[in-house]
Design a protein. Structure first.
Length: 129
């Protein structure tokens, strides 16, 4: 529990920053899952009759895979774009909250090194001013 006015102000600033990040995430989700796929949603819900639930579920899975793909060591362009957008969003939130993002990416010299090995060497830290 914050005891001083300074502590309370710091907690309030953190909560405000979390709220701003939430608003930004909601806007990205709405754009990527709803706005960019309105026709796909209409198509999914236009399937009539027996078996339509299965067809609808498949189309909805496709919408979510396109809108918010799961990142993995082997990513499609859509997934890579999504990860980059999320990184940019978090970076903006850190900077907007008065923080600094320092990234050091280690380069693996061996020719046989995998993408996963290179990613494992990446270090990203947050240090407030």
């Amino acid at each position: 529990m914050p005891t001083t006015i300074g502590d309370r102000q710091e907690v309030r600033a953190d909560l405000d920053q979390a709220e701003r990040l939430g608003v930004m995430l909601h806007a990205v989700a709405e754009r990527r899952i709803v706005d960019q796929h309105l026709d796909d949603w209409r198509t999914a819900f236009d399937h009539p009759g027996k078996g339509s639930t299965f067809e609808r579920a498949q189309e909805m899975d496709h919408i979510y895979e396109q809108g918010a793909p799961i990142a993995s060591t082997v990513m499609s362009k859509i997934a890579a774009d999504f990860v980059q957008e999320m990184r940019t969003l978090v970076h903006r939130a850190i900077i907007g909250g008065g923080g600094r993002l320092e990234a050091q990416i280690g380069i693996v010299e061996s020719a046989g090194a995998s993408t996963a090995a290179r990613a494992a060497r990446q270090h990203v830290g947050f240090r407030p001013f």
